[in-house]
Design a protein around this ligand. Sequence first.
Ligand SMILES: NC(=O)c1ccc[n+]([C@@H]2O[C@H](COP(=O)([O-])OP(=O)(O)OC[C@H]3O[C@@H](n4cnc5c(N)ncnc54)[C@H](O)[C@@H]3O)[C@@H](O)[C@H]2O)c1
Ligand SMILES: O=P(O)(O)OC[C@H](O)CO
Length: 342
Amino acid sequence: MTQLTSSKVTVLGGGSFGTAVANIAALNHHPVTLWMRSEKQADDILQNRQNSRYLPGYRLVDNLTPSLDLESAVRDAHYVFVAVPSKAFRAVVEETVQYLPANARLISLTKGIEPTSFKLMSQILHDLAPKHDVGVISGPNLAKEIADNQISATVIASYSQALRQEVQQLLSCPSFRVYGNPDIYGVEMAGALKNIYAIITGLAVALGMAENTRAAIITRSLAEMSRFAVRLGANPMTFLGLAGVGDLIVTCSSQLSRNYRVGYYIGEGMTLKQAIKKIGETAEGINTLRMVNEKADELGVYMPLVKGLYAIIYQDMPVKEIASRLMSGDLAEDVEFMSVGM
Ligand SMILES: NC(=O)c1ccc[n+]([C@@H]2O[C@H](COP(=O)([O-])OP(=O)(O)OC[C@H]3O[C@@H](n4cnc5c(N)ncnc54)[C@H](O)[C@@H]3O)[C@@H](O)[C@H]2O)c1
Ligand SMILES: O=P(O)(O)OC[C@H](O)CO
């Protein structure tokens, strides 16, 4: 691999993950611009070297510069990472492309699916910037742990081998290891789907589940999400990697996951609205659940866990009734591996 020289990196979105990834690139001595909407947050970074709203207590390196001006943030960038919630993704990229240098690489950090179109973020990037190389980062990456320099690993997925290798070099450091994978669809789908199962696990923990139960939920979640994604064209092997089982494990185990916490608060008796308000940050799984539930019906893919959570959240079904339905369904359906692709 040829050594990457100092490259101008821009991250769009000053939330927890955008800030954490921007800081890693800056730690690797690249000049980094973090574009955000909030003047207050930008001032906070300039004056206190901290994003107190999203990553309180973590020092941001000096070569990370906040910016409120999209044009100047993007104009000379070699790499543009997009870290805004999926519902804002298309609008932000639409505005960005007019300023994009011809050779800039575009990489999504977002784990979600576009409502109505069912497009993944890389597909939106392709739509809006068809001449640019596109990639996606996904893996077990809790932003606060990355900011705390805890050892973490992730996946850069792209059809472009050059882009994969460049991003590996751009972000790899002693506490962060980046692996390449050409299966962009599988990596991205895994990152979106695991949020649904984190909500289920959080809910089950709040209701006092035992460790056997957690293991059963995580394992059946992996089978269910792989079955769905493989039906849509993903490589089943991706689900045995960091972006698949890796991310599923961390998101279904940690109170730092916002999706897990949504489930936990609902399990404690909050309404969905109250849970979302209490978290105050992006929890993509809520919308992903609606879209995947609909798509599973359309494709005829068997997804009992998605169906169960949908019934609890959107149809007000009692959790106990859903749990007993899951445990007493037709055993003929419950074959561990349904086909070569699970
Ligand atoms: N936080 C994590 O641990 C983590 C890890 C991996 C991936 N992700 C993914 O990254 C994406 C972003 O998550 P996050 O954790 O940074 O969310 P967040 O809630 O911490 O921050 C979202 C940021 O996006 C900004 N934003 C929202 N709408 C915008 C718009 N229209 N224009 C400009 N900025 C806008 C908000 O102001 C905020 O700064 C999500 O899809 C999430 O699943 C998060
Ligand atoms: O906080 P969550 O639930 O969005 O999860 C964060 C990351 O996706 C974990 O990899």
